[in-house]
Design a protein around this ligand. Structure first.
Ligand code: HEC
Length: 482
């Protein structure tokens, strides 16, 4: 399925409103006519080229004079409407590390728009691709490269334009380490859209191997999650959710997630890594063999262990008023989940209602869902991320909502499954025991009609589940405790 065509919609809306491009550009007027070579090219190299380069994930490269000037009108719209460069967090979000290297400043935006308005002349030589920055290695750290064991040929059924695949990677660790940063070196950067890394204990590795063996070819299909259960620790569900198995998330052009200094994700000897890759098949089906490049510190470095806190909320989405069908019945939809994914999938919806203090015996459908978690021990929040599937409209993570100490940790006002990332807070947030973290998700069931032919549009009561037509509402926080 193609990502909702946000830019196309913006263009259509502007045209419908009779807003001429030039007027849009003029509203951001600055200097007369900037030079491409001197003023515009450096901005594009820094802020666009990570994705818009030869063989990159974006639909066209900004590599030649011709590329850049022929796309000028679209660049004017994409930059003027702030659709590009993509930056999902909204104005209510706090500041995040690296934000200024991903977003355009007002003056950069004005420069690009003034250049478009003045005719988009390209002086000087074609853009030369910037070299990939080296992996930042701190004193005492070493680099661990762990690659897919063979080449994978992205594929899809029913004409889908995305392939979500999990691969088990063995870093062959003989000692416990801390992971301090992780980035992906895509084998085929045209198709690798985003990647999430999970750490798996030996017991989970066995489950991963079963999933791998059950699926033809390298790896196994995984849309919303890895398909591997969380480690059932002695402390029950909440303990498992408070210390889950995330390492990091990566997307092209967005660098490598480095935890703030002094912190690291503990990775025990014998653990392995599941790399979940989203392939964008609109750019072809180039065979891929990607690598994860981790920096690790020995335990003697005495880093503070970063843990991952998962904040799921129940999903109970009724069919729209105009929709009808057998799966609009909750019980039938639940049975459908069980038949697709087994008995555990049938228990999750009630489990989540209970976890979040809702009435599991009388689930009430709603397009808004929330869940609160009380912080048990003083916790420092370093990184925030959100996860929903295709019907997601917005997601927000808030500390102490409804109190004078309320603070937004992450606010994504227009959710797109295709732009998932983790955001490192520019200033870590300290919490006290008794504080509350809330995840809130809004859904738009109407999105079902725009999912493209590869996703079943059969009306259904949507519950929490792994599949493309199931949903999740999941807040993810990387934290240190104590
Ligand atoms: C994080 C990756 C990324 C970055 C950074 C990025 N783009 Fe894009 N761009 C894309 C992708 C992917 C598309 C395809 C449409 C989509 O998925 O939104 C796209 C589409 C476009 C389009 C086509 C819009 C249309 O009409 O369909 C334009 C123009 C554009 N980008 C301009 C820019 C400019 C200018 C910058 C820098 C200021 C930039 N982009 C930065 C990934 C990126």
């Amino acid at each position: 399925m193609r990502r909702p065509p946000r830019i196309a919609v913006v263009v259509a809306a502007l045209v419908a409103l009779g807003v001429p491009l030039a007027a849009l550009a003029a509203s951001h007027e600055r200097s007369a006519s900037p030079s491409f070579e001197r003023d515009v090219a450096p901005i594009m190299q820094a802020k666009c080229e990570g994705c818009h380069r030869l063989g990159g994930i974006a639909p066209f490269p900004f590599a030649t004079r011709h590329d850049v000037s022929s796309w000028a009108p679209a660049i004017g719209v994409a930059v003027g409407s702030r659709a590009m460069p993509p930056w999902p967090p909204g104005e209510r979000s706090p500041r995040y590390v690296g934000e200024e290297t991903r977003r355009l400043s007002a003056s950069e935006r004005a420069t690009i728009l003034a250049w478009v308005r003045s005719g988009a002349h390209v002086d000087g030589p074609p853009l030369k691709p910037l070299p990939t920055p080296p992996v930042p290695v701190r004193a005492g750290e070493s680099v661990v490269r762990v690659g897919m064991p063979a080449t994978y040929h992205p594929t899809s059924r029913n004409g889908a334009t995305d392939d979500y695949r999990c691969f088990l990677l063995d870093p062959k660790l003989t000692q416990n380490v801390f992971v301090t940063s992780a980035r992906i070196e895509p084998g085929a950067s045209r198709v690798v859209h985003h990647v999430i890394l999970f750490k798996e204990t030996p017991a989970q590795v066995a489950e991963a191997k079963r999933l791998d063996a059950a699926s033809a070819g390298l790896g196994w299909p995984c849309f919303g999650g890895t398909g591997i259960g969380l480690e059932a620790s002695g402390g029950g569900v909440e303990a498992a959710l408070n210390d889950a198995n995330w390492i990091s998330a990566w997307a092209p052009g967005w660098g490598g997630g480095r935890l703030p200094d002094g912190n690291g994700v503990p990775l025990a000897a014998g653990s392995q890594i599941v790399m979940q890759v989203h392939y964008n098949l609109l750019n072809g089906r180039t065979p891929d063999r990607s690598q994860a490049v981790l920096t690790v510190a020995p335990t003697s470095a005495g880093l503070t262990p970063a843990q991952t806190m998962l904040l799921p909320a129940p999903v109970e989405l009724a069919c729209a008023k105009s929709e009808h069908g057998p799966l609009c019945n909750r019980e039938a939809a639940l049975q459908n989940l069980v038949s697709k994914y087994g008995a555990n999938a049938g228990v999750a919806p009630a489990g989540l209602l209970l976890l979040c203090g809702k009435d599991a015996a009388n689930p009430r459908p709603s397009v808004v869902t929330t869940c609160d978690r009380r912080i048990a021990t003083p916790t420092k929040i370093l990184v925030a991320a959100g996860h929903m599937h295709l019907l997601g409209a917005s997601i927000r993570l808030t500390l102490n909502p409804g109190t004078p100490r309320a603070r937004v940790l992450l606010d994504i006002p227009h959710w797109s499954f295709h732009w998932q990332n983790a955001y490192t807070l520019a200033k870590a947030v300290e919490t006290k025991s008794g504080d509350v973290v809330r995840v809130t998700c809004h859904y738009d069931v109407g999105k079902r009609m725009h999912l493209g032919r590869a996703v079943a549009r059969t009306p259904r009561y949507v519950l929490w589940g792994e599949g493309t037509t199931d949903e999740m509402c999941l807040g993810i926080l990387q934290v240190t405790r104590g």
